[in-house]
Design a protein around this ligand. Structure first.
Ligand SMILES: [Zn+2]
Ligand SMILES: [Zn+2]
Length: 346
Protein backbone atom coordinates (compact mmCIF):
# COMPACT_ATOMS: atom_id res chain seq x y z
CA UNK A 1 0.00 0.00 0.00
CA UNK A 2 1.03 3.63 -0.25
CA UNK A 3 1.50 5.92 2.73
CA UNK A 4 3.05 9.24 3.67
CA UNK A 5 6.45 8.92 5.30
CA UNK A 6 8.52 11.41 7.30
CA UNK A 7 11.97 11.74 5.73
CA UNK A 8 13.34 14.57 7.85
CA UNK A 9 12.43 18.20 8.50
CA UNK A 10 10.49 19.69 5.60
CA UNK A 11 10.36 16.37 3.78
CA UNK A 12 7.32 14.12 3.48
CA UNK A 13 7.22 11.50 0.76
CA UNK A 14 4.55 9.04 -0.38
CA UNK A 15 6.00 5.53 -0.57
CA UNK A 16 5.11 1.89 -0.94
CA UNK A 17 5.01 0.20 2.51
CA UNK A 18 3.71 -3.13 3.86
CA UNK A 19 -0.06 -3.18 4.38
CA UNK A 20 -1.09 -3.75 8.00
CA UNK A 21 -2.70 -7.14 8.66
CA UNK A 22 -4.94 -8.46 11.42
CA UNK A 23 -2.62 -9.63 14.19
CA UNK A 24 -4.94 -9.91 17.13
CA UNK A 25 -8.59 -10.86 17.54
CA UNK A 26 -9.42 -7.29 18.61
CA UNK A 27 -7.92 -5.67 15.48
CA UNK A 28 -9.73 -4.19 12.50
CA UNK A 29 -8.25 -3.13 9.18
CA UNK A 30 -9.68 0.11 7.84
CA UNK A 31 -9.28 1.32 4.26
CA UNK A 32 -8.76 5.03 4.69
CA UNK A 33 -11.00 7.24 2.55
CA UNK A 34 -10.51 10.59 4.31
CA UNK A 35 -7.79 11.92 6.55
CA UNK A 36 -6.12 15.22 7.35
CA UNK A 37 -2.88 17.02 7.99
CA UNK A 38 -2.71 18.35 11.54
CA UNK A 39 -1.17 21.47 13.05
CA UNK A 40 0.57 19.10 15.45
CA UNK A 41 2.27 17.44 12.46
CA UNK A 42 4.04 20.73 11.83
CA UNK A 43 6.14 20.39 14.98
CA UNK A 44 8.16 17.50 13.55
CA UNK A 45 7.85 18.83 9.99
CA UNK A 46 9.62 21.99 11.17
CA UNK A 47 12.20 19.99 13.12
CA UNK A 48 10.85 21.38 16.40
CA UNK A 49 10.13 17.96 17.82
CA UNK A 50 11.86 14.63 17.29
CA UNK A 51 10.45 11.99 15.03
CA UNK A 52 12.14 8.92 13.63
CA UNK A 53 13.03 9.34 9.95
CA UNK A 54 11.17 6.81 7.86
CA UNK A 55 8.16 6.74 10.18
CA UNK A 56 4.60 6.77 8.90
CA UNK A 57 2.64 9.90 9.67
CA UNK A 58 -0.96 10.99 10.18
CA UNK A 59 -3.42 10.28 12.97
CA UNK A 60 -6.89 11.35 11.81
CA UNK A 61 -8.26 8.42 9.81
CA UNK A 62 -11.77 7.85 8.50
CA UNK A 63 -12.64 4.99 6.19
CA UNK A 64 -14.36 1.72 5.50
CA UNK A 65 -13.79 -1.35 7.63
CA UNK A 66 -12.13 -3.95 5.45
CA UNK A 67 -11.59 -6.84 7.84
CA UNK A 68 -12.12 -7.54 11.55
CA UNK A 69 -10.62 -9.92 14.10
CA UNK A 70 -12.75 -12.64 15.71
CA UNK A 71 -13.52 -10.69 18.87
CA UNK A 72 -14.56 -7.41 17.26
CA UNK A 73 -18.26 -6.74 17.95
CA UNK A 74 -19.00 -3.07 17.27
CA UNK A 75 -18.13 -2.85 13.58
CA UNK A 76 -18.11 -5.12 10.56
CA UNK A 77 -16.64 -5.02 7.07
CA UNK A 78 -18.27 -2.32 4.98
CA UNK A 79 -18.99 0.03 7.90
CA UNK A 80 -17.94 3.67 7.65
CA UNK A 81 -15.89 4.56 10.70
CA UNK A 82 -13.59 7.22 12.02
CA UNK A 83 -10.97 7.03 14.72
CA UNK A 84 -9.53 9.47 17.24
CA UNK A 85 -5.84 10.33 17.12
CA UNK A 86 -5.01 7.64 19.65
CA UNK A 87 -6.15 4.05 20.02
CA UNK A 88 -8.03 3.20 23.23
CA UNK A 89 -9.71 0.10 24.64
CA UNK A 90 -12.85 1.60 26.15
CA UNK A 91 -12.81 -0.65 29.20
CA UNK A 92 -9.78 0.16 31.38
CA UNK A 93 -9.86 2.45 34.41
CA UNK A 94 -8.92 5.53 32.41
CA UNK A 95 -11.19 4.91 29.42
CA UNK A 96 -14.07 4.44 31.83
CA UNK A 97 -13.46 7.81 33.39
CA UNK A 98 -13.32 9.45 29.95
CA UNK A 99 -9.54 9.71 29.84
CA UNK A 100 -9.00 7.59 26.75
CA UNK A 101 -5.66 9.26 26.05
CA UNK A 102 -4.28 7.52 29.18
CA UNK A 103 -5.62 4.09 28.13
CA UNK A 104 -3.43 1.30 29.50
CA UNK A 105 -4.05 -0.68 26.30
CA UNK A 106 -3.67 2.37 24.10
CA UNK A 107 -1.48 2.75 21.07
CA UNK A 108 -0.75 5.32 18.42
CA UNK A 109 -1.12 5.47 14.67
CA UNK A 110 2.17 5.01 12.90
CA UNK A 111 4.62 2.16 13.13
CA UNK A 112 3.18 -1.02 11.68
CA UNK A 113 -0.39 0.06 12.57
CA UNK A 114 -0.02 2.39 9.61
CA UNK A 115 -0.05 6.17 9.80
CA UNK A 116 -3.36 7.92 9.31
CA UNK A 117 -2.05 9.40 6.05
CA UNK A 118 -1.92 6.14 4.13
CA UNK A 119 -4.21 3.68 2.39
CA UNK A 120 -4.85 1.35 5.33
CA UNK A 121 -4.56 1.36 9.12
CA UNK A 122 -4.86 -1.35 11.69
CA UNK A 123 -7.07 -0.29 14.59
CA UNK A 124 -5.93 -2.37 17.50
CA UNK A 125 -8.70 -2.32 20.13
CA UNK A 126 -11.21 -1.74 17.33
CA UNK A 127 -14.26 -1.88 19.61
CA UNK A 128 -12.92 0.85 21.87
CA UNK A 129 -11.42 3.00 19.14
CA UNK A 130 -13.59 3.05 16.03
CA UNK A 131 -16.71 5.17 15.89
CA UNK A 132 -19.30 3.95 13.42
CA UNK A 133 -21.11 6.43 11.19
CA UNK A 134 -24.76 5.37 10.79
CA UNK A 135 -25.44 3.86 7.36
CA UNK A 136 -27.82 6.58 6.19
CA UNK A 137 -25.01 9.15 6.54
CA UNK A 138 -22.15 6.87 5.58
CA UNK A 139 -21.76 8.05 1.99
CA UNK A 140 -22.83 11.67 2.27
CA UNK A 141 -19.67 13.58 1.42
CA UNK A 142 -20.62 16.86 3.14
CA UNK A 143 -21.51 15.02 6.33
CA UNK A 144 -18.28 13.01 6.24
CA UNK A 145 -16.22 16.20 5.91
CA UNK A 146 -18.06 17.64 8.91
CA UNK A 147 -17.39 14.46 10.90
CA UNK A 148 -13.69 14.16 10.07
CA UNK A 149 -12.58 16.92 12.51
CA UNK A 150 -14.01 14.78 15.33
CA UNK A 151 -10.89 12.61 14.95
CA UNK A 152 -8.91 15.39 16.59
CA UNK A 153 -9.36 19.15 16.34
CA UNK A 154 -13.11 19.40 17.08
CA UNK A 155 -12.76 17.09 20.07
CA UNK A 156 -9.70 19.05 21.15
CA UNK A 157 -11.45 22.41 20.87
CA UNK A 158 -14.33 20.94 22.84
CA UNK A 159 -11.93 19.70 25.52
CA UNK A 160 -10.53 23.22 25.82
CA UNK A 161 -14.02 24.61 26.37
CA UNK A 162 -14.99 21.87 28.83
CA UNK A 163 -11.69 22.24 30.69
CA UNK A 164 -12.18 26.00 30.91
CA UNK A 165 -15.60 25.38 32.43
CA UNK A 166 -17.61 27.13 29.71
CA UNK A 167 -21.37 26.96 30.19
CA UNK A 168 -24.60 28.82 29.42
CA UNK A 169 -24.27 32.61 29.38
CA UNK A 170 -20.52 32.73 30.00
CA UNK A 171 -17.94 35.09 28.58
CA UNK A 172 -14.87 33.32 27.24
CA UNK A 173 -11.69 34.10 25.36
CA UNK A 174 -10.20 31.72 22.81
CA UNK A 175 -6.45 32.11 22.30
CA UNK A 176 -5.39 30.87 18.86
CA UNK A 177 -6.98 30.98 15.42
CA UNK A 178 -5.71 27.65 14.10
CA UNK A 179 -8.04 24.73 13.52
CA UNK A 180 -8.23 23.92 17.25
CA UNK A 181 -8.96 27.51 18.24
CA UNK A 182 -11.68 27.77 15.60
CA UNK A 183 -13.18 24.51 16.85
CA UNK A 184 -12.89 25.93 20.37
CA UNK A 185 -15.14 28.78 19.25
CA UNK A 186 -17.67 26.29 17.87
CA UNK A 187 -17.50 24.31 21.11
CA UNK A 188 -17.96 27.37 23.31
CA UNK A 189 -20.99 28.43 21.29
CA UNK A 190 -22.37 24.91 21.49
CA UNK A 191 -21.99 24.99 25.28
CA UNK A 192 -23.97 28.20 25.41
CA UNK A 193 -21.33 30.91 25.85
CA UNK A 194 -22.82 34.36 25.36
CA UNK A 195 -19.63 36.25 24.53
CA UNK A 196 -16.81 34.56 22.69
CA UNK A 197 -13.71 36.66 22.04
CA UNK A 198 -11.36 35.06 19.53
CA UNK A 199 -7.70 36.13 19.58
CA UNK A 200 -5.36 35.38 16.69
CA UNK A 201 -3.03 36.76 14.08
CA UNK A 202 -4.85 36.19 10.81
CA UNK A 203 -7.79 38.31 9.65
CA UNK A 204 -9.19 35.58 7.40
CA UNK A 205 -9.20 33.03 10.20
CA UNK A 206 -10.80 35.48 12.59
CA UNK A 207 -13.55 36.02 10.02
CA UNK A 208 -14.14 32.29 10.08
CA UNK A 209 -14.17 32.49 13.89
CA UNK A 210 -16.99 35.03 13.60
CA UNK A 211 -18.97 32.74 11.35
CA UNK A 212 -18.42 30.00 13.97
CA UNK A 213 -19.90 32.19 16.69
CA UNK A 214 -17.19 34.54 17.95
CA UNK A 215 -18.86 37.76 19.07
CA UNK A 216 -15.62 39.78 19.02
CA UNK A 217 -12.15 39.25 17.57
CA UNK A 218 -8.69 40.59 18.41
CA UNK A 219 -5.99 40.49 15.74
CA UNK A 220 -3.22 42.20 17.71
CA UNK A 221 -0.07 40.55 19.10
CA UNK A 222 1.68 40.48 22.45
CA UNK A 223 0.80 43.04 25.09
CA UNK A 224 -1.51 44.91 22.68
CA UNK A 225 -3.63 41.79 22.36
CA UNK A 226 -3.71 41.26 26.11
CA UNK A 227 -4.67 44.90 26.71
CA UNK A 228 -7.43 44.72 24.11
CA UNK A 229 -8.89 41.56 25.65
CA UNK A 230 -8.74 42.97 29.15
CA UNK A 231 -10.39 46.20 27.96
CA UNK A 232 -13.22 44.31 26.31
CA UNK A 233 -13.85 42.21 29.41
CA UNK A 234 -13.07 44.80 32.05
CA UNK A 235 -10.24 42.69 33.45
CA UNK A 236 -10.28 39.32 31.77
CA UNK A 237 -12.67 36.43 31.19
CA UNK A 238 -13.53 33.69 33.64
CA UNK A 239 -13.03 31.06 30.97
CA UNK A 240 -10.03 31.05 28.65
CA UNK A 241 -9.30 28.42 26.01
CA UNK A 242 -5.58 28.06 25.21
CA UNK A 243 -5.50 26.41 21.78
CA UNK A 244 -1.91 26.86 20.58
CA UNK A 245 0.61 25.26 22.93
CA UNK A 246 3.41 27.79 22.50
CA UNK A 247 4.73 29.37 25.70
CA UNK A 248 3.66 32.82 24.50
CA UNK A 249 0.07 31.65 23.99
CA UNK A 250 -0.02 30.15 27.46
CA UNK A 251 1.22 33.44 28.91
CA UNK A 252 -1.41 35.34 26.96
CA UNK A 253 -4.12 32.96 28.18
CA UNK A 254 -3.10 33.47 31.81
CA UNK A 255 -2.83 37.25 31.30
CA UNK A 256 -6.40 37.51 29.96
CA UNK A 257 -7.90 35.21 32.59
CA UNK A 258 -9.95 36.94 35.24
CA UNK A 259 -8.90 36.41 38.88
CA UNK A 260 -10.50 33.18 40.05
CA UNK A 261 -10.99 32.02 36.47
CA UNK A 262 -9.87 28.92 34.61
CA UNK A 263 -7.59 28.40 31.65
CA UNK A 264 -8.44 25.25 29.67
CA UNK A 265 -5.30 24.31 27.75
CA UNK A 266 -5.06 21.78 24.95
CA UNK A 267 -2.18 22.93 22.76
CA UNK A 268 0.77 20.53 22.70
CA UNK A 269 3.24 22.44 24.92
CA UNK A 270 6.24 23.82 23.07
CA UNK A 271 8.86 26.11 24.49
CA UNK A 272 7.21 26.08 27.91
CA UNK A 273 9.99 23.87 29.28
CA UNK A 274 12.68 26.34 28.19
CA UNK A 275 11.15 29.54 29.47
CA UNK A 276 9.33 27.99 32.43
CA UNK A 277 5.67 28.47 33.20
CA UNK A 278 5.25 31.34 35.61
CA UNK A 279 3.32 29.66 38.40
CA UNK A 280 3.22 32.95 40.28
CA UNK A 281 1.01 34.42 37.60
CA UNK A 282 -1.48 31.68 38.47
CA UNK A 283 -0.89 31.90 42.21
CA UNK A 284 -1.45 35.62 42.58
CA UNK A 285 -4.90 35.59 41.01
CA UNK A 286 -6.05 32.08 41.92
CA UNK A 287 -6.18 31.09 38.28
CA UNK A 288 -6.78 27.40 37.67
CA UNK A 289 -5.03 25.57 34.87
CA UNK A 290 -7.06 22.64 33.60
CA UNK A 291 -6.84 20.40 30.56
CA UNK A 292 -4.16 18.52 28.66
CA UNK A 293 -4.18 16.17 25.72
CA UNK A 294 -7.80 15.83 24.62
CA UNK A 295 -9.51 12.47 25.13
CA UNK A 296 -11.47 12.99 21.93
CA UNK A 297 -12.94 9.46 22.00
CA UNK A 298 -14.85 10.50 25.12
CA UNK A 299 -16.60 13.26 23.17
CA UNK A 300 -17.01 11.53 19.82
CA UNK A 301 -20.54 10.24 20.28
CA UNK A 302 -22.11 13.49 21.52
CA UNK A 303 -20.34 15.58 18.89
CA UNK A 304 -21.27 13.09 16.16
CA UNK A 305 -24.92 13.35 17.19
CA UNK A 306 -24.78 17.13 16.71
CA UNK A 307 -23.08 16.85 13.33
CA UNK A 308 -25.69 14.34 12.15
CA UNK A 309 -28.57 16.53 13.27
CA UNK A 310 -27.00 19.47 11.47
CA UNK A 311 -26.20 21.73 14.42
CA UNK A 312 -22.42 21.35 14.29
CA UNK A 313 -20.27 21.73 11.19
CA UNK A 314 -16.53 22.26 11.61
CA UNK A 315 -15.79 21.43 7.95
CA UNK A 316 -15.00 25.06 6.92
CA UNK A 317 -11.61 24.61 8.66
CA UNK A 318 -10.62 22.52 5.64
CA UNK A 319 -9.45 25.20 3.26
CA UNK A 320 -7.47 22.91 0.97
CA UNK A 321 -8.08 19.39 -0.32
CA UNK A 322 -5.44 17.04 -1.72
CA UNK A 323 -5.19 13.35 -2.64
CA UNK A 324 -2.60 10.99 -1.15
CA UNK A 325 0.07 12.17 -3.59
CA UNK A 326 -0.71 15.72 -2.53
CA UNK A 327 0.09 15.13 1.16
CA UNK A 328 3.60 16.66 0.89
CA UNK A 329 2.03 19.74 -0.72
CA UNK A 330 -0.55 19.75 2.09
CA UNK A 331 2.18 19.94 4.73
CA UNK A 332 3.83 22.76 2.83
CA UNK A 333 0.58 24.72 2.58
CA UNK A 334 -0.01 24.41 6.31
CA UNK A 335 3.59 25.23 7.14
CA UNK A 336 3.32 28.40 5.05
CA UNK A 337 -0.05 29.22 6.63
CA UNK A 338 -1.73 29.04 3.23
CA UNK A 339 -4.21 26.52 4.56
CA UNK A 340 -5.87 26.31 7.94
CA UNK A 341 -6.21 22.54 7.72
CA UNK A 342 -5.75 20.19 4.80
CA UNK A 343 -8.27 17.50 3.94
CA UNK A 344 -6.85 14.40 2.28
CA UNK A 345 -9.25 12.37 0.15
CA UNK A 346 -7.92 9.02 -0.97
ZN1 LIG B 1 -4.23 15.98 14.77
ZN1 LIG C 1 -8.47 1.84 27.94
Amino acid sequence: MRAAIYRGPGEITVEEVPRPEIESSTDAIVRVTHTAVCGSDLWFYRGQSDREEGSRVGHEPMGIVEEVGDDVRSVEPGDRVFAPFVISCGRCEFCRKGLHTSCVNGDSWGGDNGGGQGEYVRATEADGTLVRVPDRHADDEDTLEAILPLTDVMGTGHHAAVSAGVSEGDTCIVVGDGAVGLCGVLAARRLGAERIIAMGHHEDRLELAESFGATETIAARGQDAVDAANDLTNGGANHVLECVGAASAMETAIDVCRPGGTVGYVGVPHGVDDSGLDVFSLFGDNIALNGGVAPVRAYADELLADVLQGTLDPSPIFTKTVDLDGVPEGYQAMDEREAIKVLVKL
